[in-house]
Design a protein around this ligand. Structure first.
Ligand SMILES: [Zn+2]
Length: 259
């Protein structure tokens, strides 16, 4: 049996081939693409969860002390998120979109950097929510985070909506379900893509990690680029696996693919 590697030469050449020959790419991204923008990888060896206990959603809704803890945790990370800038990987994805090759970008990241880089809102699904705005848990009203954080910094009192509802950064908390509309939209994209590329994800968090598999199950090529192992590495649906720094591999391949 001839492997893809032998058939197409180097793995990078094959990546280039896939990017060139696809018109409806689904890009799936995880924390590994944002570490270059200074966003901490929460699950890594120096991740935030080594220091802090996550606040579960039910506790947030039930307990003022839990809300204080959650806002304190979010305040700690806020300046870093606010000031983070997209890196070469986010930009390369936007370049692919401008070249008419992106069907969708489905991300696990909560840093808002795809939107900031210029990925169209209609093509972007942020499965785990975003730190880019605050959301009322009762009426759903969205607002700008900065004044709320400033207020909390001074008063240590978690902000409350005009409607009386609790305000929370619009990220999916532990114990909180993903938004049904987001999952449906991501699944729909996965059912139409002609290539799926996973960037910087260990593919270990579900249901998010199902999205690339839905596309791959249809027989479209499935490319994984990540530094270190992923939970999909042994699946036969994976057609190409590149191990290494996404920022070093992906942007240069995109630049060649859209020449
Ligand atoms: Zn409200």
């Amino acid at each position: 049996m001839i492997s893809h590697k032998e058939e197409f030469g180097s793995e990078r050449a094959q990546l280039l081939q896939y990017l060139r020959s696809s018109a409806d790419i689904l890009v799936f991204t995880g924390a590994g693409i944002s570490t270059g923008s200074g966003i901490p990888d929460f699950r890594g060896p120096t991740g935030v969860w080594k220091r802090r206990q996550p606040v579960y959603y039910d506790d947030f809704m039930r307990s003022e002390a839990a809300r204080v803890e959650h806002w304190d945790y979010k305040l700690e990370g806020w300046a870093g998120f606010r000031d983070a800038r997209p890196n070469a990987t986010h930009v390369a994805i936007v370049q692919l979109e401008k070249a008419g090759k992106i069907l969708a970008v489905v991300t696990q990241n909560i840093d808002g950097l795809h939107a900031r880089a210029g990925t169209s809102a209609s093509k972007l699904v942020e499965l785990h929510g975003t730190n880019s705005y605050i959301e009322c848990q009762t009426c759903g009203r969205r607002s700008n985070p900065e004044p709320h954080f400033e207020n909390f910094r001074q008063t240590r009192r978690p902000p409350v909506c005009e409607c009386g509802g609790f305000l929370k950064p619009a990220t999916i908390s532990f114990g909180q379900n993903l938004r049904v509309d987001d999952i449906k939209q991501a699944e729909e994209f996965a059912s139409k893509a002609d290539l799926v590329v996973s960037l910087g994800s260990t593919l270990s968090v579900y249901p998010a990690a199902n999205i690339p598999l839905i596309a791959a199950a249809r027989g479209v090529p499935y490319v994984i680029i990540n530094q270190g192992p992923t939970e999909h590495d042994e699946l036969r649906e994976v057609t190409l696996r590149l191990d290494g720094d996404v920022a070093e591999i992906f942007p240069s391949a995109v630049a060649k693919a859209i020449l």
